[in-house]
Design a protein around this ligand. Structure first.
Ligand SMILES: Nc1nc2c(c(=O)[nH]1)N[C@H]1C(S)=C(S)[C@@H](COP(=O)(O)O)O[C@H]1N2
Ligand SMILES: [Mo]
Length: 324
């Protein structure tokens, strides 16, 4: 049995993505025409065929966590242009295919993941390879809170306060060699913790992703260990996951066990499955449609409010220079 190598099957498309896609197709509009109808967000919001917003989840969020974080200070450099997403909403709308492809069900079965004890191996083209105990990293790394926008390739978005440390702080410790050009990151290889790994053998587990060295060392690139002032709940990728806020969510690998510095561009999970749909960069680009839907507009969870997607998710001034 092989399932189509898509992040989303047609039936799984977020309603707005399917709807935008259909609307554009029906009207014979390419992306250009759609985007050229500037003021697109209000226009869409008024449209008679606007799909109903999903109901806000009412489930409680966990209140105890495997790890304790140090006292957090919010870094004032990273401000938002929109309200923070409610914690319960963020904690009950997740993509974590090792658990299940049902976004609303991830948190319900996430207890199968054991985030303690945890080690992160940092190896490859470095002077000082080391396997870190997470407790040691939590004690020594410069952990702070940052509010970031988050944009999934499926055209939904949220805004959350992550807690974490710059990946650069960790990479500096292991002393990358000049031959290191890319960083490869891999989710823990633990089928016993992940029902979705066993039920979906057609995916190439464990999940793997990668960044250029320049992206990895960028000030925005965070190793997140917390959210909303406490350690990560399992569904968000406990106990440590990547956050690159100018890229689509699919780049932001969860529950990381291994970080490897390499010379050649590493393969990545979604790009291997569907190279025409998910590129290595994964940069948020409203002007580049996904082959099956527009990326010009996004929907805020859970209200369903439409907004125009920002170039590089609003971080263009900080990152666009890397892609000149
Ligand atoms: N290991 C792993 N990491 C992953 C995924 C996954 O399925 N497995 N999904 C990605 C996608 S598509 C998104 S949108 C984000 C979702 O993160 P969140 O649940 O914390 O919002 O995780 C990313 N990291
Ligand atoms: Mo995503």
């Amino acid at each position: 049995m092989r399932r189509p190598p898509w992040h989303l099957r047609e039936s799984e498309l977020a309603p707005e993505a399917a709807w935008l896609n259909r609307r554009a197709l029906l009207r014979g509009l390419g992306f250009g025409a759609l985007a050229a109808a500037s003021g697109i967000t209000p226009a869409l919001a008024k449209g008679p065929k606007r799909p109903a917003a999903p109901p806000a989840p009412t489930e409680p969020v966990p209140t105890s966590f495997a790890w304790d974080l140090p006292t957090l200070e919010r870094n004032p450099a990273y401000t938002l242009d929109r309200p923070l997403t409610d914690e319960t909403v963020a904690a009950s709308h997740n993509n974590f295919y090792e658990l299940t492809t049902d976004k609303a069900g991830v948190w319900k079965i996430a207890h199968t993941l054991e985030p303690k004890p945890w080690t992160v191996e940092v190896s490859g083209l470095v002077n000082k390879p080391k396997t870190y105990d997470l407790g040691d990293l939590l004690k020594r790394m410069p952990i702070e809170e940052r509010t970031y926008r988050f944009r999934c390739v499926e055209a939904w978005s949220m805004a959350v306060p992550w807690a974490g440390f710059p990946l650069k702080a960790l990479l500096d410790e292991v002393e990358p060699l000049s031959s290191a050009k890319y960083v490869r990151m891999v989710t823990i290889d633990a089928p016993a913790m992940f029902p979705g790994v066993k039920s979906q053998p057609w995916y190439s587990w464990p999940f793997y992703e990668g960044l250029t060295m320049q992206e990895a060392m960028h000030e925005l690139t965070l190793m997140a260990v917390g959210i909303y002032g406490h350690a990560l709940p399992n569904q968000h990728g406990a106990p440590i996951r990547l956050i690159t806020p100018w890229k689509y969510g699919y780049k932001q690998v969860k529950s990381i066990a291994r970080i490897e510095l390499v010379a050649k561009r590493p393969k990545t999970f979604w790009n291997d499955l569907a190279p025409d749909e998910y590129d290595f960069d994964g940069n948020v680009r409203p002007d580049i449609p996904h082959p099956r839907w527009s990326q010009a507009v996004e929907r805020t969870i859970p209200t369903g409010e439409y907004r125009a997607t920002l170039s590089y998710n609003g971080y263009a001034d900080l990152v666009a220079g890397m892609y000149g």
